[in-house]
Every structure is written in C-alpha cells, then in structure tokens.
Design a binder for this molecule. Structure first.
Ligand code: SF4
Length: 222
C-alpha cells in the first residue's frame, strides 16, 4: 500500500484544528496518518479511565506516546480517573459489549474530551474508537455528538475511518510499527468476558504484554 494516495479529508466547517480522543496506538495510527496527510493540526487526547489493570493502561498509553513522538504530535496525557469510571459503571457489570455500559464509557471519555476542547480552543473533536470493527459506529457517533453538544462551538467529527481501506491500513501500520496488540476492549469486565469465551474454546487466558503486531510469536486472535 506504499503507492496509496490519500484523499484529502474534509473536516467539519473546514476547521483544521482537531482534538483526537485516542484509545490506543493501533486504532489511532491510521487516523493520525490520514490527518497528517491532509494537513490537519491535531492533538492527541488520551483519556481512558476504563482500561484495567494499570499495567495494561500503561502499555497502551506508552505505545501511543511512542507513535505521537515519532510524528511530533502533541499528546495530552489525562488522569487515570479509574475510580470515577468504576463509580459510573456500578450496576452495569454484566452488561454485554455494545450495551449501556459501553454508552456510559464513551460518554465519559467524550465528555472530558469536549470539555478540554472547549477550554483550549479546539472547534472539532473526534475519536480513534470509530475505526475498530468491534465497535458500534452509531453508538460512538451518538455519544460523540451528545458530548460536543454540551459546549457551544464544539463539533464531533463523525468520520467513518474504516471506509476506503482504512481498516486494512490500520492493520498494516500496526504491523509496520509493531504496536502492542491488546486482546480485549479495555475494562475489567471485557477482560473477564474475553477470558470466559477463551476458556470455553479451550484457550489460555489473556497474558498482558505478550502480543505485538507483526512479531513471530504473536498468537492473538485478530
Ligand atoms: S467493553 Fe469497552 S467500551 Fe464497553 S465499557 Fe468496557 S472498556 Fe468501555
């Protein structure tokens, strides 16, 4: 895909300054390269209090910082606000993925992103979460728009990063950069559910910090 010519991105109202909520390096790699190619002036906002345990949180964050530094992209490292996340998740521990716990989780992350954007002069916010094929795009966009609507002058950019080969390039970039490959969505409940499903299929539980895209010993499922 080295001869791929990227189409120029059209940002909402032509604004070139964007605050990109990033969930991890694999999901943001393609989004970042697409924005860079279109001359978008973006900053990464890493606010993911859902990720559990802390070791996994740091693995994901450090990979994202490594790639941001490589591209000279500003990186806002927000608090690991996990007590607030657990407080908001109370009563939703057994909800399935793409259900109401995930709506809460996206709402929480995007509300903080929108607040930062409002206070720091970013007219547009968006999220790398949208590129993941495991996620419900409509659910993410609904949460993003709701968060942006809380603040005058803030727009959530509802771009489908998966289209036009975006999903394939996401994997290609992840392999090229040998990004850490997480094997569950992020929260303790998704870790529990993924391990339950693996057990049912006779697989070992997830080993944190084990798999990296493009490495020979990678035995991840996707
Ligand atoms: S499964 Fe993923 S999106 Fe849903 S609550 Fe857990 S971390 Fe958040």
């Amino acid at each position: 895909m080295t001869d791929y010519i990227r189409p120029e991105l059209t940002t909402p109202d032509g604004h070139k300054k964007v605050l990109l909520h990033s969930c991890c390096a694999p999901c943001s790699g393609e989004v970042m390269e697409a924005m860079t190619a279109s001359g978008v002036d973006y900053t990464i906002f890493f606010y993911n209090p859902n990720i559990h345990p802390e070791r996994e949180y740091l693995l994901r964050k450090d990979e994202n910082i490594r790639f941001a530094e490589k591209h000279n992209v500003p990186f806002i490292d927000v608090d690991y606000d996990k007590e607030n996340w657990f407080a908001r998740a109370r009563g939703m521990e057994w909800e399935p993925e793409r259900g109401i716990r995930c709506t809460m989780c996206f709402d929480m992350r995007f509300e903080r992103t929108a607040l930062y954007a409002y206070e720091n002069g970013f007219p547009v916010i968006t999220s790398s979460l949208s590129i993941s094929r495991w996620k419900d795009l409509q659910q993410i966009n609904g949460c993003g728009v709701r968060a942006a609507n809380r603040y005058e002058g803030i727009t959530f950019w509802e771009y489908n990063w998966r289209k036009a080969g975006g999903s394939a390039r996401m994997i290609e970039i992840s392999k090229r950069e040998e990004f850490y490959q997480q094997e569950y969505c992020g929260c303790v409940y998704s870790l529990r559910d993924t391990n339950m499903s693996r057990r049912e299929r006779g697989r070992e539980p997830i080993e944190l910090g084990k798999n990296y895209y493009g490495k020979e010993n990678n035995d991840a499922e996707s």
